[in-house]
Design a binder for this molecule. Sequence first.
Ligand code: ATP
Ligand code: MG
Length: 180
Amino acid sequence: MLLKSLEIQGFKTFVDRIKLEFGPGITCIVGPNGSGKSNIVDAIAWVLGEQSARALRGSRMEDVIFAGSEKRRPVGLAEVTLVLDNTDGTLPLPYPEIAITRRLMRSGESEYKLNKIPCRLRDIQELLMDTGAGREKFSFIGQGRLEEILTAHPEERRLLLEEVAGITRSRWRKEQVLKR
Ligand code: ATP
Ligand code: MG
């Protein structure tokens, strides 16, 4: 599963529509402080279903909608579309490309779409389950989190790695069996 492109409009600093195309391999985003690098990561987390405004560095979900600047008036709607390459079939849908869209109106009304067809948040959450991009989001390592991992005790780091590798559940099961 690869990120192919990201379209952002009205989300945080991105008032006008922008489209980022990601090539194969590693993508780096560079720019001055406050230029919107982290906002791009927030847009990816948001379109994948993030429900915590705090995780998106705001206090209310409405904070993701462009709030205006010296030159531009605020807008009433944020929309992000992430296109994933699914030619390897990681996502259980029979399409080589999957576009996930999320919109939020200032009125609080929100909308999710899969390949342009309206769906529920649950459909997106279910689609991403067990891919590492879903609810637990180990695919996002924030600035503070990196330091936390590097300075953690070996035992704590091991727990984290086990969680990422998806073996926490089997370890827990094994412990239950040994207890008997
Ligand atoms: P750094 O290098 O410091 O990490 P960055 O490039 O990651 O910077 P971001 O955190 O992505 O920068 O962007 C921060 C900017 O986004 C701030 O100037 C903030 O005012 C602006 N911003 C955040 N939310 C909104 C919003 N809803 N409307 C307009 N601007 C916003
Ligand atoms: Mg940043």
